[in-house]
Design a protein around this ligand. Structure first.
Ligand SMILES: Cc1ncc(COP(=O)(O)O)c(C=O)c1O
Length: 346
């Protein structure tokens, strides 16, 4: 077992031991290899560098209460990567290959898998990239599929604590009919600079509106949006947001808890009607939002409107209940009635 303070790790590119790798060439996948050098070499002309031919996934492995090791809903991630790969024109690993490589990654790096009893997991990061040196704007014939992992704690430095978000009206995340619903690397590149500005102003998250009209909520830069209104769990229906596996799970859990689930366009003004707002995703789990400022220009001081939910740090009852319901299943503390946990032998 690695010498790690499991309760202190955050969420970062912690270097583990083994990278699991396959290459697509001449129309087929190579044998799957485990590489302890944790590296690969690419020609500087490789299209991933110039044209952002890459997509990725994010999922987590947990040690459960009874010692079982599970990966949370890996087939959902396999399907989402296949969908994104189709969008990019890249070949994708099939379900079996995707799951096998995730399992092998966990097994080979088992010393970095947090034991039960800590709010930590092993974050698995599958990456698919165009590996052919080429100038032409057509999909590459050579592709690398690599699966790596890192022990992970809280994305924002604390679990079940609320943080501030900002709507930056002078930035959009994705074009209408563009890449917004796919997990392509390029979607994230355009958020780095606004994130930096927002973080310097004390906001943890950026909340993006639909680019076409700015009239509806899309999602956070790192995660999906949900709002709680009475007994309803409300989440945006938009073809520019990533179909979040956490959000899909929360919708099922909310229904299990007797809540009404509303997946529909969410007008910005409705922010004033929610009692609680949260960000959800594999990395952020559920992160409640304390308040949302709207800014015409992110760089400027002036705020045109503020929607308040809870004082900074405090968390509402529904976010708490949903967080506990989800994490109890992941940790094996509650019955996995939906069959979400994929057990693996170490
Ligand atoms: C932009 C964006 N939206 C939503 C999500 C949540 O998706 P998931 O719950 O599948 O991790 C993520 C990733 O965590 C993301 O990067």
């Amino acid at each position: 077992m690695a010498d790690i303070q499991w309760d202190k790790i955050g969420f970062d590119a912690y270097r583990t031991k083994t990278l699991v790798l396959a290459r697509w060439k001449d129309g087929k996948w190579s044998e799957i290899k485990e590489d302890d050098s944790f590296s690969f070499t690419l020609d500087p002309f490789t299209c991933v560098f110039h044209y952002a031919m890459s997509c990725f996934e994010g999922l987590k492995a947990f040690t459960q209460k009874d010692g079982r090791v599970v990966i949370f809903r890996p087939l959902e991630n396999a399907h989402r990567m296949q969908r994104t790969a189709r969008f990019l024109g890249l070949p994708a690993p099939d379900d079996d290959m995707f799951v096998e490589m995730c399992e092998r990654c966990v097994r080979a790096n088992r010393e970095f898998l947090p034991p039960y009893g800590h709010d930590a997991s092993l974050y698995i990061r599958p990456l698919l990239l165009g590996a052919q040196p080429k100038m032409q704007l057509t999909p590459p014939d050579e592709v690398i599929f690599a699966v790596m992992c890192a022990p992970a704690g809280s994305y924002y430095g604390a679990f079940l604590k609320s943080f501030a978000a900002v709507i930056p009206l002078n930035y959009d995340r994705a074009a209408p009919k563009g890449s917004g619903s796919y997990k392509v690397g390029a979607n994230y590149a355009s958020t780095f600079r606004p994130y930096q500005i927002a973080h310097n102003q004390g906001y943890m998250e950026l909340l993006y509106l639909n680019s076409k009209t700015h009239g509806f909520i899309d999602e956070f830069g790192s995660s999906n949006f949900f709002g709680i209104k009475g007994n309803s769990y409300v989440t945006p229906l938009s073809d520019s947001v990533l179909p979040s596996i956490t959000n899909k799970s929360l919708q099922e859990l909310a229904a299990d808890l007797g809540m009404k689930v509303e997946k529909r366009p969410v007008p910005v003004e409705e922010l004033a009607e929610f009692e609680e707002v949260g960000a959800c995703g594999t990395a952020v789990v559920i992160t409640p939002i304390s308040h949302i400022d709207v800014k015409e220009e992110l760089e400027e001081d002036s705020v045109s409107r503020t929607y308040r939910y809870f004082p900074d740090g405090q968390v509402g009852p529904v976010c708490t209940r949903l967080y506990k319901a989800l994490t109890a299943i992941q940790k094996g503390e509650a019955e996995d009635i939906h069959n979400w946990c994929h057990g693996i032998e170490l």
